[in-house]
Write a protein that binds this ligand. Structure first.
Ligand code: BES
Ligand code: MN
Ligand code: ZN
Length: 495
């Protein structure tokens, strides 16, 4: 990953390859906006450049210019910031600016007045710098370039600390993206598990890993994940990744991730067009793993346990059938209606396991339903909860992390769709409101040992976890790492 350096002195003295400056204001009166006052000569040059080129002030749109007298960088990138740039515009502009800069050392001098702005610029820059090279035989080496961030903030605001934290968050996002992008013949429950073990061991954070393999899952009564995994030659796992802070009084958050390393649909097989991106069906587990590691490295004073529910949904000879009845970890019997509704089955067992340890709050993260994408579009994740405060806390955290989200209801009136004539519950309702009946099913598995509901929210990230269109701003094509930022923002508020 590129490294971040704090720019001291004026951006005009930056001698690296590319300097990124902002252009803001209204379309008719664009003006160059920098982190600090620019030397008068350079400001004048830029004024005449702007009136000659009229660069776009739309957030994330860029103009690349050859050297300008008064600035030492070889190239200048002007990136649109909109009228009044908040953190979202800064994050996007930084990502777009770094991508437009191409290869070589780059510096950003974008206007901001607080640490949140600096963090958004730093995270956006590292996000835009991402490329996925794992499967390229000729490894590109410019992945380690230096990114300089100019800031007007003084020591009291600890800009160094802000950059260090941004690096930890960005490394987590990058790992989640890599996991999502990795080919599904190479990333499956066992290799996912091994990667988590390696990362946990190599991390400076204090992390513990426990693995339930297929035998332990069968012995432990995890009928949901065992049923989903039994059609694949590559058996399922539940990996528990935990971070325990020093303080004994810390709150405890459980994160449960859907980790279907490939979703063929099982015997209710998907049409090939819908299957094309289903290597990304483990994006929830990737986000959870990355969040726990980052929380440990940030030394947040909150205990965080991740449960990665890893399975491959395949139509092998031993695959689950519609009509099967399985007994879940918490003893509930479930009638299988559609083997393509597999995510809720692995998550339900993960939620039950998490609930056994009595956490203060639980969050599951899952590429759960196409219905959620129909409802909210490809960029917004849905948030359902058994607790209004927890739901608002997540949508608020998502807003601070610049990850678009929206609350969805869990209407009790739809619960009857999950009634089963043969088992305690069916796992699927009708087509209408499919994201909500999935949420209602999960809600059945959020009771603690005392029978009380544990405050819980469900994040359906089916849309924004995988970017099928081109790279845009700080988001690359393919895996995005969505939810890592939101979860870390939320966990930090519990400190
Ligand atoms: N993994 C899919 C959901 C999905 C769809 C994620 C599109 C990302 C993009 C999930 O397992 C699934 O197949 N859901 C079904 C549910 C149905 C069978 C109740 C769906 O959305 O059609
Ligand atoms: Mn499915
Ligand atoms: Zn799925």
């Amino acid at each position: 990953m590129a490294s971040l350096t704090l720019g001291s002195k004026s951006p005009s003295t930056y001698t690296g390859h590319t300097l990124v400056l902002g252009v803001g204001g209204t379309g008719e009166n664009p003006a160059v906006l920098a982190s600090d006052d620019l030397p008068r000569a350079l400001a004048k040059q830029l004024d005449s450049v702007v009136s000659a080129v009229s660069p776009s002030t739309k957030v994330g749109e860029t103009a690349v210019l050859a050297a300008v007298p008064g600035a030492k960088a070889d190239t200048l990138v002007l990136v649109g910031l909109g009228e009044e740039p908040g953190t979202d515009a800064l994050r996007r502009a930084a990502g777009a600016g770094v991508r437009a800069a191409g290869k070589g050392p780059v510096a950003l001098a974008l206007p901001h007045g607080d640490a949140a702005g600096l963090t958004a610029i730093a995270e956006g820059a590292l996000g835009g710098d991402y490329t996925f090279t794992t499967h390229k035989s000729a490894q590109e080496t410019d992945g380690d370039r230096e990114i300089t961030v100019f800031t007007p903030l003084g020591r009291k605001e600890d800009p160094k600390g802000a950059l260090a934290r941004a690096e930890i968050v960005a490394r987590g996002v990058r790992w989640a993206r890599d996991l999502v992008n990795t080919a599904p013949n190479l990333l499956y429950p066992q290799t996912f598990t091994e990667q988590v073990q390696q990362v946990a061991t190599a991390s400076p954070g204090k992390l513990g890993v426990e693995v339930l393999d297929e035998e332990a899952l069968a012995d432990g009564g995890f009928g949901g994940i065992v049923g989903v995994g039994q059609g694949s030659s590559r058996p399922p796992r539940i990996v528990t990744l935990s971070y325990t802070p020093k303080s004994k009084k810390a709150k405890h958050v459980a994160l449960i991730g859907k980790g279907i390393t490939f979703d063929s649909g099982g015997v209710c097989i998907k049409p090939s067009a819908s299957m094309a991106t289903m290597k990304s069906d483990m994006a929830g587990a990737a986000a959870v793993a990355a969040t726990v590691v980052a929380a440990a490295e940030l030394e947040l004073p909150v205990a965080v346990t991740g449960y990665l529910c890893l399975a491959e949904n395949m139509p092998g000879g031993n695959a689950q059938r519609p009509g099967d009845v399985v007994t879940m970890r918490n003893g509930t019997t479930v009638e299988i209606i559609d083997t393509d509704a597999e995510g809720r089955m692995v998550l339900a067992d993960g939620l039950s396991l998490a609930a056994e340890s009595g956490p203060d709050q639980m969050f599951d993260v899952a590429t759960l339903t196409g219905a959620c994408v129909v409802a909210l579009g490809p960029d917004v994740f849905g948030v359902m909860a058994n607790d209004d405060d927890v739901r608002s806390a997540i949508t608020d955290a998502a807003e601070r992390a610049d990850e678009p989200s929206w609350p969805l209801p869990l209407p009790t009136g739809l619960r009857a769709q999950l009634d089963s004539p043969v088992a305690d519950i069916a796992h699927k309702g009708g087509r209408m409101g499919g994201a909500l009946t999935a949420g209602l099913f999960l809600q059945e598995f959020t009771k603690g040992a005392d029978g009380e509901q544990i405050p819980w929210a469900h994040l359906d990230i089916a849309g924004p976890s995988f970017n099928e269109s081109g790279a845009k701003d700080h988001l690359p094509k393919g895996g995005t790492g969505v939810a890592v930022g939101t979860l870390l923002e939320h966990i930090a508020t519990l400190a």
